[in-house]
Design a protein around this ligand. Sequence first.
Ligand code: ZN
Ligand code: ZN
Length: 344
Amino acid sequence: MQFHPDRNPNNPDAEEKFKECSEAYAILADGEKRALYDRYGHAGVGSAASAGAGFDPSVFQDFGDIFGDFFGIGEMFGGGGRKRSRTQRGPDLREDINLDFEQAVFGTETQVSVRRHEVCEECRGNGTAPGKAPASCRACAGRGQVRYQQGFFSIARTCPTCHGAGSVITDPCPKCAGQGHILRQRTVDAKIPAGVEDGTRIRFTGLGEAGTFGGPPGDLYVVLHVKDHPFFEREGVDLHCEIPVSYSQAALGTEIKVPTLDGEHTLKVPEGIQSGTTLRVRGKGVPVLNGHGKGDLFVEIRVQTPAKLNKHQRELLRELEGTIRVENKPQRRTLLGKVKDIFG
Ligand SMILES: [Zn+2]
Ligand SMILES: [Zn+2]
């Protein structure tokens, strides 16, 4: 994608690199070619893969969503030499929106403000005044290309007058000045599914820029930015938080009310729990995006040592200290941080 021609207009180096990448992918994707490459190197597969015309765009189908229909690979390799249509797919658009933590977890319906070109309804996008049609381009005699003689070579170039279309608009549509589209500010309804996270990119097919002269519209990509929660930290579909307990609660065991994203949950803290132990509450995490089930909630128990004691408390603890002895010897750190399952 780094060297894709769409991102590197007028850069022959990038185009060359992109062809190399395509070739490499073609070889990797095809077991037979790969064997040839391993045995004979580039020469073994060169005739099949290096020439642009013989290149099979279908190898990119495996890239699927991340690559194929985003950049329009098929058109790129099939288009060499022939008359270019004025019709073009509209560019994709990107908008960024901010979501609250809960909106990302539960999903939401929001609105996205988009500035985009839309098809001119006066000329239905073809750019000509009502009742008029485009005229054949005189500069290239309707071929879309002009030829230059350079030394031994005859070089074909895209006609600069009609930009390869072979025709020019002589009577432009008055509403869009022959552009075929009009710039508008729109508010688009955007349904955000449950389980998205910071950085998730959602594609809204066909909501991007209008195509030119009858081409299909581009897509709208909405990039999500999710605010932090006051105490929950999210790791994929799991949630993490810390809850302090007193020394005696940890020793005797207790029940505490834990806030979850769908109400309070009563968490049983077993007696004798060590500080740093993590308790797992199953199914109280974040819904799986486009799937089933939910992640878990992990509660790390922190034993809070009293920082200030009154005289009475001090005496009680001294008395306790006489009966419970801890051996103050070093031990492995792995004893901390164990996860216990709580089925709630
Ligand atoms: Zn128009
Ligand atoms: Zn022309």
